[in-house]
Design a protein around this ligand. Structure first.
Ligand SMILES: [Zn+2]
Length: 436
């Protein structure tokens, strides 16, 4: 049986991954429990809870009804039901359903998962699948968590038979003892840097070198002490072993869609008309206004899309040094921008400089005296005031650029859960400039 859970947490405290870890540990008494999945959903939807992550796991147990009882009891007891935005949902896919699932039904689950990460879903969309497959489910308050729970379960079903169906990474999350929650986290920072140095690039986003800070521990009162992200289970456990910190209550490894860019909709031929709010894209365009720094330190510029529409792009102040890359852009550069659209602006997560515009037109120099020639009037060429020499066209000179072509990204301090760190793209045939 596969169980999916979502929306048990709040901005203030609980965390759905913690509830999952507690359940997985507890249910080991009932049967074999799989590595749980942590599925991040569309980062832009307005009614999300904190990290917008849902969880799922599989259990092979004799007594499925007993397992369901435990899950219902734990979700009811541990959810932050007093919080306005907390609307828990739980989905159960029993073995009877799993063993008879048709290709068409699997296709619907795939579509549901992908839509939950890239698009916006309603509770009705979830109920259509729940009733179609006759899934046992459980929800509290407005039950909006059923959407994420079904998405997490769908991800699991697809990955179950084909582990590489979707790109995935790992996160090992360590949880605090009850008496320490809400207090300052005790973590030996030097050991974190050592652990990172010993395991990067198989682990990533533990520290931010350029900004000299660790980025693997939250600052909220939630039960998470820290999380180590990476591509290798062995490297993650190695890093964990090197970190000195307060004693933990438990730890749990998750397979996750974090760091995969799955939220991005690729648009090779992007038009203004296609772009919608709350969606994330990878889109090609030509820089059509030079970058400028606006109030608050954000850097903005515009790109021209294939239908001659334009869209504004912004690198926010928290992206720190990434803004100097953006400031070095120039009109005419061919780029691909990755990020989400909100209020008519793309919030840049990463950028590929595909072709830099190195050409600059300048007034021609006089062949006789070497002075800069002056325009003789609109469309009338250039003339040297001293010698009277005439030239029809401007000179085109090659300018040196402060940046080179390739991929650039926002630093770990500003990274979204779903954003794929460039270091994960090191095998691809691209020039990468990882921020670290
Ligand atoms: Zn001259």
């Amino acid at each position: 049986m596969i169980i999916g859970i979502d929306d048990t947490d709040s901005r203030k405290g609980m965390c759905t991954t913690y509830l999952c870890a507690v359940l997985v540990d507890e249910l080991k008494k009932q049967g074999d429990v799989s590595t749980p999945r942590l599925v991040r959903l569309n980062p832009c939807i307005p009614f999300k809870t904190r990290g917008n992550g849902a969880v799922s796991f599989e259990i092979s147990a004799e007594k499925e009804e007993l397992v369901k009882e435990v899950v219902r009891a734990r979700v009811s007891a541990l959810s932050e039901l007093n919080e306005e935005g907390t609307n828990p949902g739980v989905i159960f896919i029993g073995d009877n359903v799993l063993n008879t699932i048709s290709d068409e039904q699997e296709e619907r689950l795939k579509h549901f998962y992908e839509t939950a990460v890239r698009d916006v879903l309603t509770l009705e969309d979830a109920y259509a699948i729940i009733s179609g497959l006759r899934l046992d489910h459980f929800g509290l308050k407005n039950k909006r968590g059923l959407i994420g729970a079904l998405a997490a379960v769908s991800f699991f079903v697809l990955q179950r038979n084909k582990p590489n169906y979707y790109d995935f990474t790992y996160e090992l999350i360590a949880y605090r003892r009850k008496e320490r929650r809400g207090k300052t986290r005790v973590i030996d920072e030097a050991s974190v840097w050592k652990a990172d140095a010993a395991t990067y690039p198989l682990t990533w986003d533990t520290v931010d070198v350029a900004n000299t800070t660790t980025v693997f521990a939250p600052h909220s009162p939630c039960p998470v002490l820290f999380g180590i992200r990476g591509d290798s289970e062995a490297a993650i456990y190695k890093a964990y072993g090197l970190i000195h910190a307060e004693p933990v209550e438990r730890k749990m490894l998750f397979i996750t869609n974090q760091g995969t860019d799955f939220h991005l909709i690729p648009l090779d031929v992007a038009t203004k008309e296609q772009l919608r709010e709350f969606y994330s894209y990878g889109l090609d365009g030509v820089v059509c206004s030079n970058p400028r720094t606006v109030e608050g330190g954000h850097v903005v510029f515009s790109i021209a899309l294939s239908d001659s529409g334009t869209i504004e792009c912004i690198a926010y102040e928290p992206t720190k040094g990434f803004r100097s890359t953006i400031r070095a852009l120039r009109v005419g550069d061919l780029i691909r921008v990755y990020g989400s659209e909100k209020n008519g602006t793309i919030n840049i997560e990463k950028i590929e400089l595909k072709q830099l515009n190195n050409a600059e037109e300048r007034n021609p120099r006089c062949a006789k005296c070497g002075r800069s020639m002056k325009s003789a009037g609109q469309l009338q060429g250039y003339r040297c005031k001293r010698c009277g020499t005439y030239r029809e066209d401007k000179d085109v000179v090659t300018v040196n650029r402060a940046i080179e072509e390739g991929l650039y990204e926002a630093p770990p301090v500003a990274r979204r859960h779903l954003s794929k760190p460039l270091v994960r793209m090191r095998a691809a045939n691209k020039k990468i400039h990882p921020s670290r």
